[in-house]
Design a protein around this ligand. Structure first.
Ligand code: DX5
Ligand code: ZN
Length: 230
């Protein structure tokens, strides 16, 4: 009884917090070892950041790497495309075995069509907002997507500082989801650690992406477990 009431008071929002470690902060010379750690961990999925040097000022990795990851990883793949014209790559993302394909609202002129293409390809459709893009941009699409990914840093690099205004956006998005009857879940990406993770859980986030906090931790398995049990 005591334990149950403590759980409810301490963890009001996130009894089922999901964690998506970002491979961007892994050791690329030891990918198999790091993915084996993910397989043994409590992580719910694995976040893969694709960058093109145009939409964001950095280049990460592409489809051959994701195919390799897919062969090694037991968890669903959560692919975050930070590229222009993501609609050109729906088939390739699907062929890499992605469960979720996230595209940036800022990169899609015909967002409704891209979302439909992702769903038609058998993946879950995620739409992503940069920190300066308002939640109101989603008003006419949120009821058609499976996931909204809120960036809590400017995309392009791991290890940046969390932007606190994201907490307000999570709460706004929660309201928009409720008002539109959307089934979308809320994922947050950038600067997540045990402190910002706790704040995000209280604001109503469903999934936390974490790169540096997991892969640079002395014990990554413990870091993942900590986010799962904020
Ligand atoms: C940033 C990427 C993130 C990044 C997060 O553009 O989208 O997924 O890996 O890294 P951390 O958790 O270190 O901020
Ligand atoms: Zn990401």
């Amino acid at each position: 009884m005591l334990r149950a009431s403590k759980t409810i008071t301490t963890h009001p929002q996130n009894l089922d917090m999901k964690v998506s470690p970002s491979l961007l902060s892994a050791d690329f010379g030891n990918l198999s070892r790091d993915i084996d750690m993910i397989n043994r961990s409590e992580a719910d999925m694995l976040h893969l950041d694709v960058m093109d040097g145009v939409f964001v000022p950095n280049i990460s990795f592409g489809f051959p790497v994701i195919q390799h990851v897919q062969r090694l990883c037991d968890k669903p793949l959560d692919v975050h495309l930070m590229i222009v014209e993501p609609q050109k790559f729906v088939g390739q993302v699907r062929d890499c075995g992605a469960a979720i394909m996230n595209v940036h609202v800022e990169a899609c002129t015909h967002l409704n069509r891209v979302v439909q293409q992702i769903k038609d390809a058998g993946m879950q459709a995620g739409v992503t907002l940069n920190p300066a893009t308002p939640v109101s941009m989603l008003a006419d699409i949120v009821d058609q997507v499976d996931l909204v990914l809120l960036m809590s840093v400017n995309p392009g690099f791991g290890g940046q500082q969390f932007i606190p205004g994201t907490l307000r956006k999570v709460a706004q998005l929660r309201r928009l989801i409720a008002d539109t009857g959307s089934k979308a879940v809320i994922e947050v990406d950038g600067g997540v650690n045990d402190i910002t993770g706790q704040q995000l859980a209280q604001a109503g986030a469903d999934i936390l992406v974490a790169g540096n906090y997991v892969f640079k931790a002395p014990n990554p398995l413990e870091a993942i477990a900590k986010l799962k049990n904020l």
